[in-house]
Design a protein around this ligand. Structure first.
Ligand SMILES: C[S@@+](CC[C@H](N)C(=O)[O-])C[C@H]1O[C@@H](n2cnc3c(N)ncnc32)[C@H](O)[C@@H]1O
Length: 241
């Protein structure tokens, strides 16, 4: 189990936003008045902060970790942050137009409770979006899986399969379920985010595997940048009206 309170500061400094995720969330919500959006497991607030800066949406971020929320609150924006649990938020019913999460679903112990709770707090016709990694993405991550191959099998055990997520969405009464693949190529020039282990899977592998992978990455970065690609699946569903 990762202690996000411990890594919150490094996370706030190193974590990058995937621009296509933000763009796709905006496209789905449109430009209407009073659009209310909740990010579950918002961590240091990267995504909800970007949405708040770029739109007039009423933005909320929820997370379990007080340390992550403390970092989130440092960013100047009109996001309301709430310390709570994804599976039982304590928030009012039928309140949000969109509930989304990025890189969180593999931490949620009770998927059924989470999707039921999400259906409860969404307005009729509201959208849920789970931004996560499919098996193919995990196997093809660059640089994580290529430099730290011991992460692959551990990640496949940790991440719920797309089929399971689809089933749980259906069970919770969602319809219009669809997957969207987003990709963002970039050049890595610095290993700082890996050195600081801002990727939770780097806390799960042995010290030896971590050091070997880091040394390999740093050696390559000493002579050239490393071409990487950040990928996510955005799994969408709609609450029935
Ligand atoms: C990998 S971080 C992702 C943070 C943010 N979404 C991002 O992409 O930058 C996972 C976050 O989920 C939070 N989290 C894990 N389980 C949770 C739960 N059951 N309820 C609420 N937050 C949770 C953790 O505290 C952590 O901040």
């Amino acid at each position: 189990m990762i202690d996000y309170n411990q890594i919150a500061q490094a996370y706030a400094q190193q974590r990058q936003v995937h621009p296509q995720v933000v763009q796709s969330l905006r496209t789905a919500c449109g430009t209407g008045d009073g659009v209310r959006v909740l990010e579950v497991g918002c961590g240091t607030g990267n995504y909800i902060h970007q949405l708040a800066l770029a739109t007039d949406y009423l933005c909320y971020g929820l997370d379990l970790s007080p340390g992550m929320l403390q970092q989130a609150r440092r960013q100047p924006s009109h996001v309301s942050y709430i310390q709570s649990r994804a599976e039982a938020t304590g928030l009012a019913g039928a309140h949000f137009d969109l509930v989304f999460s990025v890189d969180v679903i593999h931490h949620v112990a009770d998927l059924r409770a989470y999707f039921r709770e999400t259906a409860r707090i969404l307005k009729p016709g509201g959208l849920v979006c789970t931004v996560t990694d499919s098996e193919w993405i995990i196997r093809n991550r660059v640089p994580l899986s290529s430099y730290f191959p011991a992460t692959v099998e551990l990640e496949l055990q940790r991440y719920p399969a797309m089929g399971l997520l689809r089933d749980e969405l259906l069970q919770a009464g969602f319809s219009g379920i669809r997957e969207e693949l987003v990709e963002f190529p970039y050049e890595l020039r610095d290993a700082a985010a890996f050195r600081a282990r801002t990727y939770s899977s780097l806390h799960l592998i042995s010290q030896r595997d971590f050091e070997q992978g880091l040394a390999h990455l740093e050696r390559d970065l000493a002579s050239r940048s490393v071409r990487c690609v950040s990928r996510y699946v955005m799994l969408w569903g709609s609450r029935s009206r």
